[in-house]
Design a protein around this ligand. Sequence first.
Ligand SMILES: [Zn+2]
Length: 300
Amino acid sequence: MSSTRPKLVIGDVNERNVLVSDNGLVALIDCDSYQIQNGTQIYPCEVGVAFYTPPELQGQPFHGITRTTNHDLFGLAVLIFHLLFMGKHPFAVRFLGQGEMPLERSIREYRFPYGKEALIQQVQPPLHSLPLEVLSPQLASFFERAFAQGSHIFGSRPSAADWFNGLKSFISTLRPCSNDRGHLIPSHRTTCPWHDLMKQGGPNLFVSVSFSRIITTSSFNLAIIWARIEKVPRPQKTYSRPALPQGKSPLPWPQNLTSVFPLKPIKPTILTNPPAPPPPKLPPQKYAKTVLPVEPKQKS
Ligand SMILES: [Zn+2]
């Protein structure tokens, strides 16, 4: 009897297979598609989602491929990137070259637009994206290891434990933004990255956080709030038609245009004189109505 435990690889890592409850409990679903290895026996995972599939497997059929933990760790890094970068995909790019750069191709070609090689690879992040430098240098290096060329080599991508420790230490460095209670600033940054985005024309992505804090930290009384709204002075403005320019009056309608303006609509000839419909096509003579002979009654 073998003492080794079966090895599990998720394979089909994607955001629909991970459910997180309000209190942070994570549940993995769709477990029937996991790859299970028991000794030399492998029960494969033959499904996957392209946006979470690592470059080394992009465009390949999953049938017959043995999935590895390093493959899973690509999908894990994409999920963490989604969470930190407000839902953006790490390989969604602005392509500086010719032609199109769909997501599957930028993944396959390791064109990580936040990475050190981005400009050489002719890609930039989409507008209003956070730069990788807002993360701690450790987390930034994790994403480089997960997505850059060479990440396909087994053991290259950061493990789940690496991410846990890196994120935990990063969270402990965050300080509140003095201008918006919904923002947090990493300790190595002098300015608020969320305000920096807004200065570039981006939205305030956490306006709902500051609003909900106002409501939950103070006793919300609709009557008081409504009275405040009513106190806002109404603008004392009424519309008045602008006066005609002095010394100018409108010209009269030209005499020669009265017979043609307004134009009378002309009925299309298709309505006034429709063409005769083509004669109906009758079925060939062999399909003409015939009287079938009566079958003799079946003997009982
Ligand atoms: Zn801020």
